[in-house]
Ligand binder design. Sequence first.
Ligand code: ADP
Ligand code: UDP
Length: 241
Amino acid sequence: MTQQNKELYQGKAKVVYSTDDPDVLLMHFKDDASAFNRKKLGTIVDKGRMNCTMSATLMRLMDGAGIPTHFIDQAGPTDMLVRRLEMFPVEVVIRNIVAGSLARRLAIPEGTPLSKPLCEFYYKSDELDDPLVLVDHIVEFGWATAEQTREMRMLALHINDVLKAFFEQVGLTLVDFKLEFGLYHGRILLGDELSPDGMRLWDKETGKKMDKDRFRLDLGGVEEAYQEVLKRVQTGAEGHE
Ligand code: ADP
Ligand code: UDP
């Protein structure tokens, strides 16, 4: 059994531990919530368990679709064993519908559909508030090679196809989401998590926001929305077995 060992990193939503296997990490999902780069902090009751379980289910869905991920196993209600990646300091955002920072930056109304998915890159830096960057910046500053950036983009678009269809089946519209990738013995794998902390999901019937925007914007019913998404994800996954 792989044992939790030393704390390597204390993040905003997760704690990362080493294990007795140098290739394996244990990720502990916390109930802590943050938004606007830690300017807003809080707790979402039971979020750790809900996000860990959802993430495990969706990572399995990715594996089934041939998308390589860091996921090994769920090790407990709030813990996950993953392959240890050398993370690219880049966040990949895919958007199907205009929302969030895109709506604000370009003054385009939230909810405007996009004719095809947009792929954006952000430099992962708390000090700089994760700025939007171009592929040329990523290559120039050595965060990833041009080839690796192309591969992240292809994988992210493939992930979008799979996730969008999956959520559609359970009555949720996948508006946008953020991914993180890393290198595992030279191969690019999907890392981090897949949960309503890092994606926008709107109820297909009512348009209700079912993700971290409820926390960001003080809309109330945060826990209930996460519970509902978890329920639907589990229902959707049963249909895939
Ligand atoms: P943040 O760093 O934004 O506060 P988290 O609290 O989610 O975010 O912390 C998790 C950290 O673990 C992130 O920095 C993420 O890049 C990193 N990470 C995710 N998956 C892996 C992995 N498989 N191997 C190494 N690091 C990972
Ligand atoms: N996102 C994230 N972490 C970040 C920034 C964005 O998980 O540090 C997710 C966010 O939840 C949304 C998508 O990426 O689903 C696009 O976010 P956006 O650029 O609109 O920023 P926001 O307005 O959410 O800060």
